[in-house]
Design a protein around this ligand. Sequence first.
Ligand code: DGP
Length: 222
Amino acid sequence: MESSSNCNLRASSSESRGALIVLEGLDRSGKTSQSSRLLSYLAGLGHSTELWRFPDRSTSVGQMISAYLSNKSHLDDRTIHLLFSANRWEKRSLMETQLKNGTTLVVDRYSYSGVAFSSAKGLDIEWCKAPEVGLLAPDIVLYLDIPPEKAAERGGYGGERYEQLEFQKKVAKCYQALCDSSWKVIDACQPIEDIEKQLQDAVLDHVMACERGRPLSYLWPR
Ligand code: DGP
């Protein structure tokens, strides 16, 4: 963002930066298309913005995750949990660099998916959170809230490992356990344009606050 250019002499805690915006939700909740729309909106306002997604299947860890999700490999539940987390850790320093460069990141899934999907398998929630400690905390989590049955009706479950109604019901409950004041819950059954507008309204204050120098924070904030 242009407004960062004169901030070199400020204390690091008040340096202008990009915002870390995370979209979360069940499979088929509309995250991916809303992430793209949000990116276009912010870019249209002149903000430097990038679209990220986790898992990032382009890395070697990401390829292991992709093989697991498509049932081409089978891994112990804790092992795959740690791989998902490693996939976020391998992008952490680039994430920090980009935010400090003034780029806002719109991120499709993050640590909350990690905890919700693994704790839905019965793993202890605190154990699931532990490897995420120290990753950058989002400025806002946008949760696209859809009943699992409605998501299943949308079809397009692509045959990946977690795309099953009964499992998604458990994931929904686990997401509820994670929801805190940094989350904005949006009804994902509304028309696409209404959701898009609500997401836009939800992020602007955060983008501006980060531009003014909101300090970075780390998981898990209390
Ligand atoms: P996506 O590429 O957004 O369709 O995500 C792939 C699937 O992986 C989806 O069912 C959600 C799940 N997932 C995403 N992140 C994590 C994670 O960190 N841990 C676990 N266990 N599952 C995840």
